[in-house]
Design a protein. Sequence first.
Lengths: 370, 298
Amino acid sequence: VALTREEREAAAAKSGSSAERVAPRLGSPDRPTLIRIAVIAVLLLFVLLALPQLLSAYYIDAMTQVAVYSIVALGLGVLVGRVGMVSLGQAAVLAIGAWVAARLLFATSLPYPLVLLASGLITMVLGTAVGLPALRLRGLYLALITLMLAGAITVVIETTNFPNGGHGFLGYNGGFIRIPSIRRPSIATTDPAMFRYSVIVAALMFLLVLVHIRGRPGRAWAAIRQSEPAALAAGINTTLYKLWAFALASFITGVAGGVLAGAVHYLYSIDFPTQNSITLLAVVLMGGAFSMWGAIVAALLYQFLPALLNNWGISNDWLTILFGVGVLQVLTTAPRGIVEQTPKDLAKLGRLLMGLTGRRTAEARSGPGP
Amino acid sequence: MPSWSDFQPFIVSGLALGGVYALSGVGIVVLYQATGVVYLAFGAVGAFGALICWSLTTNDGAPDWVGWLVGIGFSAAVTLAYGMVFGVALAKREPLVKAVATLGLLLVLFGLMDLLWSASGGASRSLSLPTDNGGFMVGQVQVDWTQVLGIGIGVAITVLTGAFLRFTKLGTAMRAMANDREITATLGVPVRRVEAAAWLGCGALAGLAGILLADLVALDATTLTFLVISSLAAALIARLRSIAITFVAAMVVGLVHDLLTPISSVTNYRDGTPFVLAAIALLVFSGRSVMQLSREEA
């Protein structure tokens, strides 16, 4: 009996092949890989060169946010999709990154890439310090404690506020009448340039994560996701690799926070409520936590769709409702998210249409009897 | 450092808040025990109930008790419906998936609330219970009946739920399901019906907590929705197991939160109390190995 493509895929998934599928292809890359690289390169060039010409200032702003949040979604995707750890606090981590970057940008005249690196590293240290004890917990408790920590971070940031050029450690001055804006990279002071800058940073972060996934950490993560006791038995240092995933996710989220700080010019604690962490998890699950494309879809859902609806005068509340329904749908019927579900559904639809027309021609052929 | 008399009023308000946290925490623990679901939409469901209650009594001039009943009834119905559809669909999945799915319900309700009762434009609502008016003095401290109600309901629900789980047939069935769903079903317990009862009860508690918190804290969708995190803290300190520890933890969380109010250096950080306490408790009490945990999760 010939298996359908889906059955084969399901069988492959069952035998734990997500690890195999992302297994490193060493030596000369084969054709599909080359084609994939070419497609990505063309897409990246289009986004960098053509997109800023095509879009209005409003949508360029939105797309800059998409670039920033695709990094955040990627970090969460690594945790959820690769290692199987759900974090409900990534928006709070982003807030930390943005805070650190803003503080550095006001306090120093360091070049922007250095500030990004520093905010990434500092966020990484903070995220890992928080994650270190939390790693003794698993599954449900880890998710809940990250929710608690996100709540705590939100409370702290509401009180300290984001730096606005004031003095002291916090750098906040409530008495400013005219608040100085957070500076942007010197090569990206205009909105389209900032958009290109954030896309390039995002591309670098995707590359960084890809290197990890293709390498030893990726294989360790896949093993941990399948079964932590089994990974432990296989001699994998599970604590190290879980911490590594936390550190990587915190680092890129911190970098994203740094880009965000410059892109928006002004940061307010009200923009980082606890619910953002929840919405973020929702869009990452909807986009597909197992694929890196899923992070881009998630960011589009999270930042582009609201801009679009805003433009059309539709309340964003509908989006919140959609995300809620999306989470329920993803968890009950389509665990791999939009990125992997859509092609499947399209294929199914295609077969259905083929089946219908096929039946019709068959009917026509057998036709009315004599 | 503020003097003792500055703290006194906050003891009462802290206990009242703790009472409502206890009531929410107990609801969450019982549902988790019976179904394995950490109901993160608890706050959103309660907020929705409270807003319906507000609409009925303030806008439509319905008598107060109608508003309360409809609000609590709505919360119970939504929770039951969710349990019957998604609770059943996800019954065999791991606890993490079940908990994250309730975030879906949270988002749906949250979006709907913002559509129906928009908070933008500075619209503020308040729900006051008739118990706000009366009161009495304890020493120097004014105590109103809503605070008494909060403490009283917290104690009553904890005691009643404890007795229910201990002495009734349904309660015994719930405890059995907490141990092993499959074996309980084999023994002839109508598992679905017991779960339905747990969902319904948890939903009703959510509605009750929503209305009480709307009075004690604020009638605002965001605030109420995320207050669940605070009551979840109490449930987490009890490791989602003991309702007695949940009660004590909730009282401590409520007390510490309110007692920090007069201390000027930390007063702005007091909303972080539940998170910090829960984080410490989880980290201190969780020194178990991966192997033990995996056996538990299996």
